[in-house]
Design a protein around this ligand. Structure first.
Ligand code: URA
Length: 209
């Protein structure tokens, strides 16, 4: 069973509460998601391995640490995942970006893939899959199973909100990846929405309905 890390910070709780409010505008929703994503990236990368490097400051030679291995890969699940991407890239500007397009069939909520593009040499890279809402877990699990076929060095999953059903759905064998979230809500409703939630994240990010 993978772990669930709730990134519990007053700034994140405050911004998330503003995002949940139905009267929050598209512009503010996007801005808040961007800010939360930056804060979350900091925690998600906390245990990334570093390697020592010899450098010279203007005064003397010393040894510093840099992140080990090839560049991290951020993988937004289209389309809502792109709402988290910009904020994370601001903290990890050298990251590579893969994309995976999956949609949930409205009746069955089963994930169907329509786009998949990853950087090369994934076996030497750490992957961070991003999607704001971990609801049934079907889409996230399908994305992770697909990425696992390319044998990356590690995989983490980052969302803004989840619920017990989403965690259970993602952690159902075989994908066993750590989840990072800003909150675990009460439940999934019969339409596949997280309650109390914040509504449809993609629609709120892009101003569609
Ligand atoms: N996707 C969303 O955008 N919102 C939910 O509540 C669940 C899935």
């Amino acid at each position: 069973m993978g772990t669930v890390n709730v990134i519990d910070h007053p700034l994140i709780a405050h911004k998330l509460t503003l995002m949940r409010r139905k009267e929050t505008s598209t512009k503010n929703f996007r801005q808040l998601l961007d800010e939360i994503s930056m804060l979350m990236a900091y925690e998600v990368l906390r245990d990334f391995p570093v390697q020592p490097v010899d450098i010279e400051t203007p005064l003397e030679a010393t040894t510093g640490n840099v992140i080990d291995g090839k560049k991290v890969v951020l993988v937004p699940i289209l389309r809502a995942g792109t709402g988290i991407l910009e904020g994370m890239l601001r903290v990890v500007p050298g990251a590579r970006v893969g994309h995976i397009g999956l949609y949930r069939q409205p009746k069955t909520l089963v994930a169907v893939e329509y786009y998949f593009k990853m950087p090369d040499e994934l076996h030497e890279r750490d992957i961070v899959v991003i999607d704001p809402m971990l609801a049934t877990g079907n889409t996230a699990r399908a994305a992770i199973e697909r990425i696992k076929e390319l044998a990356p060095r590690s995989i983490k999953f980052v969302c803004l909100l989840t619920c017990p059903e989403g965690i259970e759905g993602l952690h159902r064998a075989p994908p066993d990846v750590p989840i990072y979230t800003a909150a675990i809500d009460r439940e999934l409703d019969e339409h596949g929405y997280i309650r109390p939630g914040l509504g449809d994240a993609g629609d709120r990010i892009f101003g569609t309905r």
